[in-house]
Ligand binder design. Structure first.
Ligand SMILES: Nc1nc2c(ncn2[C@@H]2O[C@H](COP(=O)(O)OP(=O)(O)OP(=O)(O)O)[C@@H](O)[C@H]2O)c(=O)[nH]1
Length: 863
């Protein structure tokens, strides 16, 4: 059942009694509902605060009217039945979203939907707006024209500190952060919870105060006595009441009838003796009458002998206390007016004498009181003595119409013409006064609903509406976040997974590129240098291009010739090394390109590719060491054994090495070799390098060689013959010696002639062979390790590997970083999605809860 204005509709007799009971019942019912609603709302707010702290920073929305241009545009294109607002948040005022505000149930609830969604729904339903919904929207617009988008209870006073002088809300809040707004909101919610506690106490409080006031001598005390059916308050023909007498049921004072005189300025507490002084009931008259100028406040505790259904003080629902105030005159008007304005005064009963009607003071009081309390209960007393009752009634009502129009409207209920003195007479029926009593009880209850329950209803309604707006707007944020998170996930997750799956194959591919590059370079170097060495071994330049042997200068330039040949052959080997390095550069470039390609294939879009530019020419160059000197350590391990390292291009190649350039006698004549080649069994190769184990014949050839030394270093022919004779002496056999000497001589001379003729061909070969021999070494385990070739192959392929490794390391790092970033993106998006999903369902839950509270508390009808 609803408690509304209609509850106080004029009814008479038995009907009225029924009405009073209905009102009582409805009051209790409504009170219980509201207490329940307060508790549930407190729980909702408590959870919201917790949620704000631990799960989701609740954003503070503002809804603003859209600019007129927008409105005009949208209304032209399509008739809207909903109210459009732009939604923004206090921490981000510039970011506005168009939303549709849908007032439902007479504007008491507010739903906020994204305009795009609302439009889609409107379009898809293809329903023409019904009259009903048009009306509803119009109603909402009318009901909350200025309030839309504004909070009433959870409103934040978003002002900046002492320097914040700007009054524009956007300017004020733009500096506020999300977190600090959430804190402000938390404080505001805390205050709302605190206020609800107070409201709850107030609703639960069953006491209600009725202030009886009126002109001097109008019969107020008599009226109070009549209500109590007991002559308690002193009555006199001349003005006597100078105190505010608050009459309570003695039950409140443990059944003891007595008077508590309140101490001025000390808040009264029945349980604290220090706040009042106790006076006997019989002394009431003295206290009330003898107060020179002062207007003390008394608590008069009276035992009401009447049944609860009749008693006004103790009626089972509300503990009514009657306050008999001093009569109004210039002095007391102010005090009484103040008293009447007190919050706990639910009803003002104004007693006016039928004889005098309203005096100036009473008019003034009534005018003010009716403005504040709207309804005033008026008792026109001493009515019995009036002769022309109708005229009196008409005149009084006319005056009331002027003074308190709303009271006049309900005059039948609120204006009573009685005689209090007559009501006090025992055993006399007084239906007019009974009617007054019934009306007063009903009025007190209805007024109580208004004064106690209504503020709670209003507060709760506003608060729930605020919560709806808050969670509605936050649900939009959560939905937006969720959509964004889903988008992010859809975008980042496949990329991340592709990277995760592709990581190993990328590793393998990089390994292969590295390995292939190094192997190819190594093989190519070996091939080039092997071939070059082979050619040099045969006395030809190691490479074709540009290098050719010097012309043979003739027999006398033999020594210089040998040196030039040696230099040329060595230079050709240097050129071969350079060729191998160039080849390596090409191979490395291809490898680097392949790695770049792998990067393109494996790195996700938007990831910066390597900015390193590979410079092939920088390969094999010598970097400056810390001291600015040449960094030779790289080649130091092999440099001593063979010519190697990265210093060749700077001119310290084979052809520059003094040890390699030294021309020796053996460069000219390598008898040992020649003998084997030309006179041996043709297996020269096996032995050709074995210079260090001279045989008898080689010794012989040295001797013979000595004979042919020419070019400034010649040995005399005598010595030659001596040598021959010495050799022949070696042969012990006398007879043999006899024929051997000429034979040997002939052979030596023939051979010498042959060698001399062959010199232009044999010198390069000899030198080449010697060079080759010096660069090739046979290890103990019989594996021929061509140090020159292998060392270069190793060095060149190492360099290639180094470059490729650097490039692939770079790619790996980029891949790893990008993968980590994508992984983080995915994790973040998943977390955001989870959080937003939880928040969204929480906000919807809150919306459902506020709806339930509203329904259960019957808040919709209370206005
Ligand atoms: N005939 C008649 N006399 C009444 C009625 N009510 C009060 N009186 C008389 O009017 C006089 C004043 O009555 P009170 O009850 O003292 O009036 P009051 O308004 O309380 O006076 P103050 O408090 O002093 O202003 C007394 O002599 C009462 O007997 C009534 O209903 N009928």
């Amino acid at each position: 059942m609803r408690i509304g204005k209609e509850a106080s509709l004029p009814v008479t007799g038995g009907e009225r009694q029924l009405k009073v009971e209905d009102v009582q019942e409805a009051y209790i019912e409504q009170k219980d509902r509201l207490v329940g609603a307060i508790d549930t709302t407190k729980t909702i707010l408590g959870e919201l605060r917790e949620f704000n702290k631990s799960e989701w920073v609740v954003r503070y929305p503002t809804l603003q009217e859209q600019s007129e241009v927008d409105d005009a545009a949208s209304s032209k294109s399509k008739p809207r039945r909903s109210i459009r607002r732009s939604l923004s948040f206090a921490d981000d005022p510039s970011n506005q979203t168009e939303v549709v505000y849908t007032p439902t149930r007479q504007g008491l609830t507010r739903a906020v939907t994204l305009a795009s969604i609302a439009d889609a729904q409107e379009d898809s339903s293809e329903l023409t707006p019904t009259e009903e919904s048009d009306k509803e929207a119009a109603e909402g617009e009318r009901l909350l024209p200025d309030k839309i988008g504004d909070f009433s209870i959870l409103r934040l006073d978003l002002k900046l500190g002492p320097h914040g002088s700007s009054t524009s809300p956007a300017a004020l809040v733009s500096q506020l952060e999300k977190g600090s707004i959430a804190n402000l909101l938390d404080e505001r919610i805390g205050a709302a919870v605190h206020h609800m506690d107070k409201l709850r106490l107030r609703v639960e409080d069953t006491s209600s105060k009725v202030l009886v006031t009126g002109d001097l001598n109008s019969g107020k005390s008599t009226f109070v006595n009549a209500l109590l059916r007991r002559e308690v308050m002193p009555v006199d023909q001349q003005p006597c009441t100078t105190a505010f007498c608050e009459v309570h049921d003695a039950a409140e004072n443990n059944g003891v009838e007595e008077i508590h005189v309140l101490k001025d300025g000390v808040p009264y507490s029945i349980s604290d003796e220090a706040t009042f002084s106790r006076v006997s009931l019989t002394d009431l008259e003295n206290i009330v009458v003898d107060n020179e100028g002062a207007q003390p406040v008394l608590k008069v505790y009276l035992a009401d002998s009447r049944a609860t259904s009749e008693s006004l003080l103790s009626n089972g629902v509300v503990d009514i206390s009657l306050i008999d105030a001093p009569g109004l005159n210039r002095d007391s008007l102010k005090t009484t007016a103040l008293f009447a304005r007190q919050e706990e005064i639910d009803v003002v009963v104004f007693v006016v004498s039928a004889e005098n009607h309203f005096t100036l003071s009473s008019k003034e009081f009534l005018w003010n009181a009716s403005n504040e309390k709207a309804y005033v209960f008026i008792v026109v007393n001493k009515f019995e003595q009036i002769k022309n009752k109708e005229k009196c009634r008409r005149l009084v009502l006319e005056q009331i119409k002027q003074l308190s129009p709303r009271t006049y409207e309900d005059a039948e209920d609120l204006v009573h013409f009685v005689d209090s003195a007559a009501a006090l007479r025992p055993y006399t029926a007084n239906p007019a006064f009974d009617d007054l009593e019934s009306s007063l009880r009903s009025f007190v209850l209805v007024k109580r609903s208004k004064s106690k329950l209504q503020p709670v209803s209003t507060y709760l309604t506003n608060l729930l509406t605020d919560i709806d707006l808050l969670v509605g707007a936050n649900a939009i944020v959560a939905q937006t976040d969720m959509d964004r998170a889903t988008d992010d996930l859809n975008r980042a997750k496949p990329v991340w997974e592709k990277m995760k799956n592709g990581r190993e194959s990328l590793e393998d591919a990089l390994e292969i590129v590295e390995e292939d590059g190094a192997n190819t370079t190594s093989n190519k170097t070996k091939a080039i240098l092997g071939a070059a060495l082979e050619r040099v071994g045969q006395g030809q330049p190691g490479v074709d291009n540009a290098i050719s042997l010097p012309p043979f200068p003739g027999f006398f330039g033999l020594w210089d010739y040998a040196r030039d040949v040696r230099r040329t052959l060595l230079a050709s080997l240097d050129a071969a090394v350079k060729l191998a390095e160039d080849e390596a550069r090409i191979t490395t470039t291809a490898g680097v390109k392949k790695i770049g390609l792998l990067g393109d294939q494996n790195l996700p879009e938007g990831v910066e590719r390597s900015r390193r530019v590979f410079m092939p020419e920088a390969m094999f160059s010598v970097r400056s060491g810390k001291n600015g000197g040449l960094n030779r350590h790289r080649s130091s391990s092999t440099a001593s054994a063979v010519v190697a390292g990265g210093v060749y291009n700077l001119g310290i190649g084979l052809s520059q090495r003094s040890d390699m350039l030294e021309t020796s006698f053996l460069d000219l004549f390598d008898f040992n070799h020649h003998l084997w080649v030309h006179f041996g069994d043709g297996k020269a190769d096996a032995e050709e390098d074995n210079e260090k184990s001279p045989t008898a014949i080689s010794i012989l050839s040295v001797g013979v060689g000595a004979l042919t030394m020419v070019g400034g270093k010649a040995i005399g022919i005598r010595s030659l013959i001596d040598g021959a004779a010495r050799i022949s002496e070696l042969i012990a056999d006398e007879s043999a010696r006899r024929w051997a000497a000429p034979v040997i001589g002939a052979v030596v001379i023939g051979a010498t002639a042959y060698f001399i003729l062959e010199l232009p061909n044999s010198i390069p070969r000899t030198i080449g062979r010697r060079i080759r021999a010096s660069l090739v070494k046979v290890e103990d385990n019989a594996t021929e390790q061509e140090l020159f070739v292998n060392a270069h192959a190793g060095r060149v392929s190492r360099e290639t590997r180094k470059v490729l490794r650097l490039a692939s390391w770079d790619l790996r790092e980029r891949f790893r970083t990008a993968m980590e970033e994508r992984g983080k993106e995915v994790r973040d998006a998943e977390e955001l999605e989870k959080q937003a999903r939880r928040a969204l369902s929480y906000f919807h839950e809150v919306e459902a809860k506020t709806g339930a509270v509203r329904d259960e508390a019957g808040l919709l009808g209370v206005l």
